[in-house]
Design a protein around this ligand. Structure first.
Ligand code: FES
Ligand SMILES: [Fe+2]
Length: 347
């Protein structure tokens, strides 16, 4: 295959989102045993529901009969029934029954792809297999999830922008004191600085050189087999009650080339009464402030043209942005090469 084609395939893969990853697709409460939930990941329509044991099933959102969305259907005994002519499909993507037609040959056929799912910390994750990694590695979790010192809330939002811009935004602490300068928590600190990038055990940390603990001054990305997430701290003013900084743990899922879904856990390391009072304060007051800040990010990113990166002029502060792109490109290259090798071997 000519080099130029391979380059285009890599770029396309980066644009669509990497395979071989666990991505969050929904809050746990959104996926019910009473009705199916339609989602989209990497341009692919999916349907999710809970079977009789409460386990989440996920298959293509496409009826094997004539392609109606199964997410418009209903759940029958832990399987999913199409609203159009009643065909019933199970969580493996096998046609269980064609009620309109006795002894229909479709029954028992594996017709659809099914996907591994897992649920943790109020979110549902789906694994998108790759040629290199068809079976999912165990989902690596942020340490805040596995320690009971932290407590928090998950918030999700759909942004009309390519997922890479959401990642770039997280790898760019310098925007805090500009974009969010009017906010409750991010109005502090100097407006000029340099950035530095440090390698960590599992990824990298990008931070302001002159300032720490004043604003959104650093962020850290962790890359594990099958997942990538980031975390950062937002210093809290006294008025925000007890406990230290607020930690944000973020995952970004590509819905399609121009839309993504962000999953942010807002966490605090507080225990006992302070924990209860923070949880109360968060719901009563702070959550609205945080939404306001998040909306500023969304509006800014949605305002940027899809191909902004073809004309951009990066400067020193964009170390984190460059590193993210390098990581995505490297991973995409390895996926594409594995696919090309596999398809050559098959010929
Ligand atoms: S399209 Fe689903 S049953 Fe006909
Ligand atoms: Fe922001």
């Amino acid at each position: 295959m000519a080099d130029i084609d391979k380059k285009a395939l890599i770029e396309e893969r980066v644009n669509q989102g990497l395979l071989g990853q666990w991505y969050p697709v929904a809050k746990s409460v959104e996926v019910k045993d009473s009705r199916p939930y339609g989602a989209k990941l990497l341009g692919q329509k999916l349907v999710l529901w809970r079977d009789k044991e409460g386990k989440i099933q996920c298959i293509e959102d496409f009826c094997p009969h004539r392609g109606a969305p199964l997410s418009y259907g209903e759940i029958h005994d832990g399987d999913i029934g199409c609203r159009y002519h009643g065909v019933i499909v199970d969580g493996e993507g096998v046609v269980k029954r064609v009620p309109a037609m006795p002894e229909c040959a479709l029954e028992g056929r594996k017709a659809l792809n099914s996907f591994h799912t897992t649920e943790t910390h109020d979110a549902v994750f789906v694994y998108m297999p790759s040629v290199e990694q068809p079976e999912p590695p165990e989902l690596a979790l942020p340490h805040e999830f596995t320690s009971d010192e932290w407590t928090g809330f998950l918030c999700t939002s759909v942004w009309g922008t390519n997922y890479r811009y959401a990642l770039d935004n997280l790898a760019d602490p310098m925007h805090g004191c500009y974009l969010h300068s009017e906010s409750f928590t991010l109005a502090y600190g100097a407006k000029q600085d340099l950035m530095k990038l440090d390698k960590t055990d599992d990824g990298f940390r990008v931070s302001r050189v002159e300032q720490s603990g004043e604003n959104f001054d650093w962020s850290e990305f962790e890359v594990h087999p099958g997942t990538m997430f980031c975390f950062l701290d937002i210093p809290y003013p006294k008025a925000a009650g007890p406990g230290g900084n607020m930690r944000i743990v973020g995952f970004v899922a590509p819905i399609d080339a121009t839309t993504c879904k962000v999953f942010f856990w807002r966490l605090r390391k507080v225990s006992g009464l302070a924990r209860e009072s923070w949880r109360f304060l968060y719901r009563a007051k702070l959550e609205a402030n945080h939404w306001h800040v998040l909306e500023q990010d969304r509006v800014m990113l949605e305002g940027m043209p899809d191909d902004a990166r073809k004309r951009e002029m990066l400067y020193q502060h964009d170390l984190g942005v460059s590193r993210i792109r390098q990581m995505l490109t490297r991973a995409a290259k390895s996926q594409i090469e594995a696919e090309l090798t596999a398809s050559e071997a098959a010929e």
